[in-house]
Design a protein around this ligand. Structure first.
Ligand code: RFL
Ligand code: PHB
Length: 396
């Protein structure tokens, strides 16, 4: 006999998408339950994104979890792009009147988790064999196993916030699901280190040796990335090699300020673009990485997840409190229109700033021309800036 549980919205995944959705629904008075495959301590320790758009910050405010973000987040008014020893600033504030905030996804997740705990709302972590069923009915269920018990969670909507490797997307019948994918021939090796950032702003560097990114988490913690082979094991990148590459790719002036502190985290990320359509099927909705992936160059992944949730939460409120299914019926189309623009931007930033290993001289010349054009053109810089700070959030 399975243990029976009940809620209005079953949220699969306790990443930023799932936790933010849970918090927005809770504040709207809608009961929800979060199921997570990993131990929560593991989820809370992940080091990922670092840049928040203003729209993401607004959603975190709406969710009531922005106090620490306002205290500790670093407001950034622009970025620098380095090429052949020269740095060019893209001034977001002058070009768009807007800014971004540097505040780690790890901290966002911690803040959301703390708020959920303070409200006494459930997260069932270490949930195994999670399987949403009956998604075409108005009473779907999520089956799972936990602490040796079979469980059955009855609900009205299943929110698939279970990331790229989750189970929810695969519950859309293959003949209804269309996917689009591009895998890039490189990855990012990222380290976190207790070292003062080399600059107050992020520096994206392109060089013949490949891409490098100088980011941060605080005035005393640096987050640094170098383009690498996507199959490189982290062991191939001892700290000395990482720092040597960072230095070689940025040039001597900035390299002189690089503090070679031991890394406290190190990982390799494969670069991928991916979109699944549609983002709703029956009473299953997808949000965040469960529906789409971008390469991290444009800092869009977490922000896209938040934008989906910003659209989804009011659509679920309309359905579950006002009995109006129309915003939810429009959710997929509305979300995808914005998703594809962020996909295009992330692909463009990635293509602009990485060394493509195939050795296509025509492509290489175009890339240089594009960088040269960007540095000399206010119009092109404005296009970059307005997408980096974030396109307007849609309403369903
Ligand atoms: P997550 O964070 O992957 O969370 C999904 C959760 O679902 C759980 N799960 C399951 N639970 C139950 N049953 C199952 N069958 C399950 N399968 C999976 C997982 O354990 C997990 O806890 O997805 P979410 O919430 O959609 O959030 C998306 C973001 O995490 C992601 O887009 C960003 O991290 C991407 N990203 C960046 N985004 C930005 O906006 N700005 C950045 O600067 C940025 N930098 C980055 C990044 C991602 C990176 N990596 C490592 C992929 C830099 C890096 C290096
Ligand atoms: C980060 O700080 O982790 C970061 C910043 C900007 C990006 C990607 C990652 O484009």
């Amino acid at each position: 006999m399975a243990k029976r549980l009940e809620t209005r919205v079953a949220i699969v995944g306790a990443g930023p998408a799932g936790l933010l959705l849970g918090q927005l629904l809770y504040r709207a008075g809608i009961d929800n339950l979060v199921l997570e495959r990993r131990p929560m301590a593991r989820v809370l320790a992940r080091i990922r994104a670092g840049v928040l758009e203003e729209g993401t910050v607004r959603l975190l405010e709406e969710a009531g979890v922005a106090d620490r973000l306002h205290r500790e987040g670093l407001v950034h008014r622009g970025i620098e792009i380095a090429f052949e020893g020269e740095r060019h600033r893209v001034d977001f504030e002058a070009l768009t009147g807007r800014r971004v905030v540097v505040y780690g996804q790890t901290e966002v997740t911690k803040d959301l988790f703390a708020a959920r705990q303070a409200a006494g709302l459930p997260i069932l972590d270490e949930a195994a064999d999670v399987l949403p069923v009956d998604l075409e009915s108005e009473r779907p269920k999520v089956l799972f196993r936990r602490e040796g018990e079979s469980c059955e969670l009855a609900c009205e909507v299943v929110a698939g916030c279970d990331g790229f490797h989750g189970v929810c997307r695969s519950r859309i019948p293959a003949e209804r699901l269309r996917t689009f994918e591009r895998i890039y021939p490189f990855g990012w090796l990222g380290i976190l280190a207790r070292a003062r950032p080399v600059s107050e702003e992020l520096i994206y560097a392109f060089s013949e040796r490949g891409f490098a990114l100088f980011s941060m988490r605080s005035p005393t913690v640096s987050r640094l990335y170098v383009q690498c082979d996507p199959n490189d094991p982290v062991e191939a990148w001892p700290d000395e090699r990482v720092y040597d590459e960072l230095a070689a790719r940025i040039g001597p002036e900035v390299a002189a300020r690089l503090e070679r502190a031991p890394s406290i985290e190190k990982s390799v990320t494969q670069m991928r673009s991916f979109v699944a359509e549609p983002m709703r099927w029956g009473r299953l909705v997808l949000a965040g990485d469960a529906a789409h992936i971008v390469p991290p160059t444009g800092a869009k992944g977490l922000n896209l997840a938040a934008a989906d949730v910003g659209l989804l939460a009011p659509a679920l409120v309309a359905l579950l409190k006002e009995n109006d299914p129309r915003p939810l019926e429009r959710y997929s189309e509305t979300a995808l229109a914005r998703v594809w623009k962020a996909e295009r931007f992330s692909w463009w930033m990635t293509s602009l700033l990485h060394k493509f290993p195939e050795g296509d001289p025509f492509r290489d010349r175009l890339q240089r021309a594009e960088l040269d054009h960007l540095f000399g053109s206010t119009a092109q810089q404005t296009a970059l800036a307005e997408q980096y700070v974030g396109l307007p959030l849609a309403r369903a």
